[in-house]
Design a protein around this ligand. Structure first.
Ligand code: FAD
Length: 484
């Protein structure tokens, strides 16, 4: 009980084999498999930071109802200082991976925290569901577990509801209710760090239609639950990728997986919501999920955009292209995005609002604006880095080339402006790994989609925004210029 180290985390995974498929192989003990070694290590590194003397204070707190300290991302914020502490803790983890690990444990810890804080919402369907949420939150918090989630139905046929798909259980749904719990069958996508997490959360997203009752489900179960299968996408790194050649991809790849449920029993005490379309649609708003996950993802996004900007600057300085006006202008554009992101985060804290239950949440409007714009900033950063790096990004030799008989040629022709060939190459490799390799392209796709469909995010922002104060300006402009 209490905070865990990286070794504790890995030992926990080893003790609970889960059915994982990758490249046609079944792997149960993922800790012993090369493909998963580095993803596990990248998370273990975060747990180690949490218990390090340098970060322990900001990364932990003592809950009123627990004997031991817990991770700050589980802390229900009651004051502005609590929000600041949450942000500082999130930044430590985000910086550790240069923002490359999207689903660090603080993401789902945050979701669970919002649920515990709004447990009465779940209680509308029976007091036991509110208790289930509170107990599960404490269970995960006190054991410092790593959770992931899968909340999207497989694409199959997007023009139809879950109940209209070919096959009753193309999407995850309830097969039957038993005295022990719900039996569920079907699939959900896309659990990043699915097999490498301790627990899996399933919950509904807004947009559910009447008739889809059996597909409305919120529950949390161990990754090692019988009948639950993770099917991973083809990995980019089989565990042998050189960190010299792929300085990011060889360290921070996150496995993505589809979760297949073959008649899995979800015990009643792990069921939080089911069968209620109205509640399924209301969950995100009622539990302040977006306020708090928006806070975490903006902080993580800030670390990532700071890093890409730094790489772009370092790269241009390596060949002194930053002496040109238009290059300076583009680097200035990137630096400006960093300020806008940071401003949005601080504004969300400054405008924090009470939840009405004794806690506070960061303001929704600036964070939702970042949820929409940060991926666009990021896309632009990738583009600027690629345009400024130009052909230099596509001539990178490998470390093996440098150490081979052609090494002297590389040393002679690959150097930069006052920079030796090895340093220049390594900086350009960093730039290509973050923007162009399979790893870099996943990073881009992650930013575009990790928070849902950007089209609907933007439209919902408009539809939910109080535009009356803006329209009043139009009215005043008309009034002030009325004829006569
Ligand atoms: C790298 C990566 C990691 C991810 N990690 C996670 C994770 O850890 N957990 C998790 O749960 N999810 C995760 N996701 C999934 C993510 O939540 C979804 O990608 C996102 O919600 C969009 O859903 P979709 O991919 O099914 O796209 P779709 O909803 O199928 O959209 C595809 C396109 O069709 C359009 N479209 C489809 N349906 C509609 C509609 N009804 N109305 C209007 N337009 C529509 C969209 O505008 C879009 O252009 C991840 C995604 C990526 C790319």
């Amino acid at each position: 009980m209490g905070l865990r180290s990286g070794t504790d985390f890995i030992d926990g995974l080893r003790r609970s084999p889960r059915e994982t498929w990758v490249g046609g192989r079944r792997v149960d003990d993922i800790t012993g498999d090369l493909t998963f070694r580095r993803p596990i290590q990248s998370i273990a590194q975060l747990f180690d930071l949490q218990v390090s003397p340098e970060h322990r204070e900001v990364m932990s707190y003592t809950p009123e109802d627990a004997g031991a300290v817990a991770g700050t991302s589980f802390m229900i914020p009651r004051t502005h200082a609590d929000l600041v502490k949450r942000r500082q803790a999130m930044k430590v983890w985000a910086d550790a991976t240069f923002g490359m690990v999207g689903r660090s444990p603080d993401y789902l810890n945050t979701v669970l925290m919002t649920w515990a804080e709004s447990a009465d919402f779940f209680g509308q369907r029976g007091a036991q569901f509110a208790d289930n949420v509170r107990n599960y939150y404490k269970y995960c918090r006190d054991r410092d577990l790593f959770l992931t989630h899968a909340i999207v139905n497989p694409q199959t046929d997007r023009s139809k509801g879950s109940h209209q798909q070919e096959g009753e259980f193309a999407h995850l749904g309830v097969v039957e209710e038993t005295k022990d719990g719900l039996i569920v069958r079907g699939a959900k996508m896309l659990a990043t760090h699915g097999p490498t997490a301790d627990e899996l959360l399933i919950y509904p997203q807004p947009g559910i239609r009447e008739g889809e009752e059996r597909y409305v489900l919120a529950f949390g179960i161990p990754s090692a639950t019988p009948g639950l299968r993770y099917i991973c996408r083809e990995p980019f790194d089989d565990g042998s990728m050189s960190a010299w050649d792929h300085p990011l991809g060889a360290r921070f790849e996150e496995p993505d997986a589809v979760c297949v449920f073959n008649d899995v029993l979800i015990p009643w005490d792990r069921v939080f919501l089911y069968g209620d379309v109205k509640m399924g649609n209301a969950l995100f708003a009622q539990a302040s999920i977006r306020n708090h996950t928006g806070h975490q993802t903006a902080v993580r996004g800030l670390a990532k955009t700071q890093f890409v900007t730094a790489v772009a600057i370092a790269m241009t300085r390596t060949v002194k292209s930053d002496v040109f006006l238009h290059v300076q202008e583009q680097l200035g554009e990137l630096l400006g995005y960093l300020q806008l992101i940071e401003a949005g985060i601080l504004m969300s804290e400054a405008k924090a609002e009470p939840t009405g239950r004794g806690a506070i949440r960061p303001a929704y409007a600036p964070l939702q604006a970042l949820r929409y714009h940060l991926p666009k900033f990021y896309e632009r950063m990738v583009q600027v880095t690629q345009v400024l790096g130009a052909g230099g990004l596509l001539i990178n030799p490998t470390e093996a080339d440098l150490r081979s008989a052609i090494g002297p040629d590389i040393e002679r022709y690959y150097r930069g402006a006052g920079v030796d060939a090895e340093t220049r190459t390594r900086i350009f490799k960093l730039a290509w790994d973050v923007t162009g390799t399979q790893f870099g392209q996943r990073m881009l796709q992650y930013e575009r989609y990790y928070a849902g469909d950007p089209v609907r995010v933007g439209a919902a922002y408009y539809l939910g925004y109080d535009v009356e104060p803006l329209l009043a300006m139009v009215k005043r402009a008309l009034d002030e210029t009325q004829a006569g």
